[in-house]
Design a protein around this ligand. Structure first.
Ligand SMILES: Nc1ncnc2c1ncn2[C@@H]1O[C@H](COP(=O)(O)OP(=O)(O)OP(=O)(O)O)[C@@H](O)[C@H]1O
Length: 470
């Protein structure tokens, strides 16, 4: 039998101690207050909870464990009981303790939702202005539910955002464990490799474009598809059904009422939370006729920070990097494989022109009344003709399940009819790869994939608008 070597435990304990030569700062957070901090892009802040209890957007910090927050994060550590934190390795861009935490409000809301978790849990939709704290609220509600032994479905409908997947996807994930605080995408998924926590298995529909307004018809189509998949999951899993659904969204205004309605019906929403906008609440009350939906307004936290375009892109690049390479504490080793270009069918989402949104909404409302079969798939996505280095280099591809596609037929032709596009859009993503190089002369494609594979599990690839630079 193997014997226990005490020096191993000692070395782990030593790792959690900041080096004595390092300049260690101490911050005390009184009960019901929060310490807000921002870390610069190139820095890494190390943090340890040395006394009391504390949490970041609902996820508890373990005592005496060193956490590393890689650059470009804007977060807060909240404490119910009061706590003492140590931080070192770099100075935050800004840091202060605030008395104005919204967590008390979130807790009251959580307790209200908890009462609904009997047979079928609450289906919550969170909407509000840009950077109003929608994601922070969804994370907090999901964490509190998980702490009470529930498994809520966390749904992300913001293609610029990412939860257990890379950006460009609409996703739904049953939350069965803590979020990984050090990972910008909240944790690892089954496609990426090992994980500290129970690996999450997100259901992802690849939208592939950055903004929902880049193709509203496609966006609404995928919302319906994801809604169907989530309902199926709830019907087959009583624990998840009892826990309910929490839906995070991009910044909608009343102009996107049709989309809000689409989400309400697709996910059978019964609680609609409006963060920080009384105007939106009043407008929604006027329009929403559905008596099954309770509308509630929540205050926007004074800690919310505006994320400009550059900052969001930095975070997106980081989430892609972490998908393939992991984080410092848990590094992953992606694999490179070379495949023949002609063995694959590429489809990409269509970008619609930036047309007047109210015109598009009317157009879509008509479509809704028509039977689903009449969807014009040509408006949603198209086949990539003559794929080569100019279109593929540095791109992110989504591996689409091709079991419903007659791949031989499409490999031997350039057709892109409904029988190709529909199953493409109806399938969920099996994972993602990154095009390291496309050699036009040799007709070869070198791809970075997260797990060791001899060949890809599919011949159909969805080309997203997202690029990554190593
Ligand atoms: N109480 C807080 N203290 C410090 N930072 C916070 C706090 N609440 C939110 N933030 C930060 O503010 C930023 C905006 O919050 P969040 O991303 O939750 O807003 P959002 O409404 O989901 O944004 P988007 O409109 O882009 O979807 C994020 O960087 C988040 O980490």
């Amino acid at each position: 039998m193997a014997t226990f070597d005490p020096s191993i435990l000692q070395s782990i304990l030593n790792k959690t101690k900041p080096e004595s030569s390092e300049n260690v700062n101490v911050v005390e957070v009184p009960p019901f207050q929060e310490w807000r901090f921002e870390v610069a892009a190139k820095d890494k802040l190390k943090l340890k909870l040395v006394d009391g209890t504390a949490e970041i957007f609902g996820t508890e910090l373990s005592p005496n464990i060193e956490y590393a927050f890689q650059g470009s994060v804007k977060l807060c550590v909240f404490s119910f009981s009061g706590c003492k934190l140590q931080f070192w390795n770099c100075q935050p861009l800004s840091e202060y303790v605030s008395e104005e935490s919204c967590v008390g409000q979130y807790l009251t809301l959580h307790l209200g939702l908890e009462k609904q978790r009997v047979v079928e849990g609450p289906r919550v939709l969170v909407i509000g202005g840009k950077d109003s704290g929608k994601t922070a609220l969804c994370r907090t509600l999901a964490s509190y539910a998980e702490k009470q032994d529930h498994q809520p479905m966390l749904v992300n409908l913001n293609p610029r955002d990412f939860q257990f997947v890379i950006p460009g996807n609409l996703s739904a994930t049953a939350i069965s464990d803590l979020f990984n605080l050090e990972n910008v995408a909240l944790g690892e998924s089954v496609t990426t490799g090992p994980s500290f926590y129970h690996q999450k298995q997100p259901l992802a529909k690849t939208f592939g474009l950055e903004k929902f307004s880049d193709n509203i018809k496609l966006y609404r189509y995928l919302i319906q598809q994801l809604g169907k998949s989530v309902r199926k999951r709830l019907d087959n899993d009583i624990k998840v059904k009892k826990s309910g659904v929490i839906v995070d969204t991009p910044a909608f205004t009343i102009k996107e009422y049709d989309i809000i309605e689409e989400i309400v019906s697709s996910f059978n929403i019964n609680v609609l939370l409006i963060v920080g906008s009384e105007r939106l609440l009043v407008d929604l009350k006027k329009k929403m006729q559905n008596p099954a939906v309770t509308l509630l307004k929540l205050n926007k936290s004074s800690g919310c920070v505006d994320k400009d375009d550059k900052y969001e892109r930095e975070l997106q690049q980081r989430s892609i990097k972490e998908y393939f390479y992991g984080i410092d504490r848990l590094q992953l080793s992606p694999y490179s494989i070379t495949v023949n270009l002609k063995d694959f069918i590429f489809v990409r989402p269509k970008e619609t022109e930036n047309v007047n949104l109210s015109f598009l909404s009317g157009d879509l409302a008509d479509d809704d009344e028509a039977p689903r079969e009449s969807v014009n798939y040509k408006q949603l996505a198209e086949r990539v003709k003559n794929p080569g280095s100019d279109t593929l280099n540095n791109s992110i591809l989504s591996l689409v399940d091709d079991s419903q596609i007659d791949t031989l037929r499409y490999l031997n032709s350039e057709d892109d009819d409904e029988n190709l596009i529909k199953p493409f859009l109806d399938s969920s993503s099996l994972g993602f790869c990154y095009v390291q190089n496309c050699n036009d002369e040799k007709g070869k494609l070198t791809l970075l994939v997260p797990s060791p594979v001899q060949q890809l599990p599919t011949r159909t690839l969805l080309l997203t608008q997202f690029r990554y630079h190593e």
